[in-house]
Design a protein around this ligand. Structure first.
Ligand code: PGA
Length: 260
């Protein structure tokens, strides 16, 4: 695990630069992207750099991390709507492919099995994740073990509250579809994006508390290529020894997927 703390107040820009460097290394990046509040500034910064010619997503494949159920297509709280608004609609050239979980499919188990195959066919080079205040990643809520597959989930109360902020307040989702912990942990590289003082306590618990399904983000510590990208307020609760575990940049190729 590497922990990078931005101390210069330019967290979104710094992560965007790192992301664009990955894209230049591997233009055909297969990347899983989250939505929500955390990545909004990051996506704006990426779009700006893409418009400036510093990188391109034209050959990349984007896979959406999760999706809420029970909302109309186009609802502002839908993850697909947020990703379009925050990133995709700002690109002159769209990615080579954008894959999504469809919560309106007739057979949700079949839809999750289909998405598992899409992910497995080529794997994920990089998986970006946010962290919920309750320690969820994607919609892998507390109680999700490391082998949890892509599946339909009931949302925790904290997640329903958070999701109601995304929409226009008329309805909050109570369930969703999510990439599983299993598929997340199979990604060749994982970046955990954490921004804001309101995430400091859960980040410290995830990185320095017990590794437990009760806090799914803690399970990411078993991944050999986990990079935590935090801003200063979010890193407030981390011990000095952990904060010093920032390392030199790596390439996406080679190296074990797992191993601490
Ligand atoms: P947020 O959500 O970025 O809106 O805080 C993060 C998450 O729930 O994963």
């Amino acid at each position: 695990m590497r922990v990078d703390v931005d101390e210069e107040g330019r967290w979104a820009e710094a992560v965007a630069e790192r992301f664009c460097a990955r894209l230049r290394q591997r233009p055909r990046l297969r990347v899983c992207l989250p939505t929500g509040s955390t990545p909004r500034g990051l996506y704006a910064a990426i779009a700006e750099r893409v418009a400036g010619g510093q990188a391109s997503l034209a050959e990349a494949e984007v896979l959406l991390l999760d999706e809420f159920g029970g909302l109309a297509p186009g609802d502002p709280a839908r993850c697909a709507t947020m990703l379009a608004r925050d990133l995709l609609d700002r690109l002159d050239t769209p990615p080579a492919a954008v894959h999504r979980l469809d919560p309106d499919a007739d057979d949700l188990d079949a839809e999750c099995a289909r998405y598992h195959r899409v992910v497995a066919d080529g794997g994920l080079d990089l998986c970006l994740l946010g962290i919920g205040a309750n320690g969820h990643v994607g919609l892998n809520e507390p109680g999700s073990p490391a082998n949890a597959p892509t599946r339909q989930v009931a949302l925790a109360a904290a997640t329903i509250g958070a999701a109601s902020r995304y929409g226009d307040g008329h309805a909050a989702p109570t369930w969703g579809l999510t990439l599983g912990m299993a598929e997340i942990l199979e990604a060749r590289e994982v970046w955990l994006l954490v921004s804001g003082a309101h995430k400091a306590a859960v980040l410290a618990e995830a990185l320095e508390g017990p590794v437990t399904a009760a806090l799914p983000a803690s399970l990411l510590r078993s991944h050999g290529r986990l990079r935590v990208l935090a801003d200063e307020p979010a890193a407030e609760g981390l011990s000095a020894s952990l904060r010093s575990r920032a390392g030199d940049d790596e390439t996406v190729d080679g190296g074990p997927r797992h191993g601490g």
